[in-house]
Design a protein around this ligand. Structure first.
Ligand code: ADP
Ligand code: TYD
Length: 214
């Protein structure tokens, strides 16, 4: 029998286009759950383990044509595999809540849509090498123009995917909404085009209700 004080781990991801507010909401959720006494691992992709952070630099910095589309999928999947092995699975086994800023749905959208239709390849590699979805995915939905303005206002070197432009961002927004429609139990949509406090309240209601039901 499970001891009454043992807590079941939970894997929650945040998804959405660049600048939609994922990092802000993931951080706020981690603070709230910690204040409520949960052990929380706040992590991100690409990255989240020492090896995957090294791969992050390879995929996010440098020339946009640095990698072929297929090599890029391999690199994101390799980073994810390492992140699962070293960070996510051990935390879940210890009963912690893992909050991950982006996960495989980002690869389905970015690598699956941006350089031709490679969605099938992304899914195949995921099934082969990762094979697990989050228990809950919070999709922060918003119009790409606002997201892009917000994202570009942050200065940085990690810009390989932020120069995509509004058309592709629009396709990805719709792609994320399609994922939510296809997996409504896992992927829940929250309107991100509102003041940060309003978005936070909805995210926290959603996740605390979800955790209470497990
Ligand atoms: P993402 O991780 O999705 O790219 P961030 O959380 O980094 O998004 O937010 C992008 C920028 O927009 C940041 O400067 C952040 O402070 C700001 N921001 C986040 N949420 C909101 C909001 N609801 N309204 C206005 N600005 C926001
Ligand atoms: P992130 O740091 O979350 O950027 P942002 O805060 O702007 O949303 O992710 C960096 C970039 O990596 C982002 O442009 C999306 C891209 N990305 C992929 O292309 N594929 C992936 O599988 C992941 C996880 C991210």
């Amino acid at each position: 029998m499970t001891p009454t004080n043992a807590r079941r781990g939970a894997f929650v991801s945040f998804e959405g286009i660049d600048g939609s507010g994922k990092s802000t909401q993931a951080r706020r959720l981690a603070e709230t759950l910690r204040a409520a006494g949960r052990d929380v691992v706040l992590t991100r992709e690409p990255g989240g383990s020492p090896g995957a952070e090294e791969i992050r630099r390879l995929v996010l910095e440098g020339d946009p044509d640095r990698w072929s589309a297929e090599t890029e999928i391999l690199l994101f999947t390799a980073a994810r595999r390492d992140h699962m092995e070293r960070t996510i699975l051990p935390a879940l086994a210890a009963g912690q809540v893992v909050i991950c800023d982006r996960f495989a749905d980002s690869t389905r959208m970015y690598q699956g849509l941006s350089r031709g239709d490679l969605r099938g390849l992304v899914d195949q590699l995921h099934d082969l090498m990762v094979g697990r979805e989050p228990d809950l995915t919070v999709l922060i939905d918003m119009d790409p123009e606002t997201g892009l303005t917000r994202a570009l206002s942050r200065q940085g070197r990690e810009e390989r995917f932020e120069t995509f432009g509004a058309d592709l961002q629009r396709q990805m927004r719709q792609g994320f909404l399609d994922l939510a429609a296809a997996a409504p139990d896992r992927v829940r949509v929250i309107d991100g085009a509102r003041p940060v406090e309003d978005v936070t309240r909805d995210v926290q209601d959603l996740v605390t209700t979800f955790l209470a039901g497990r």
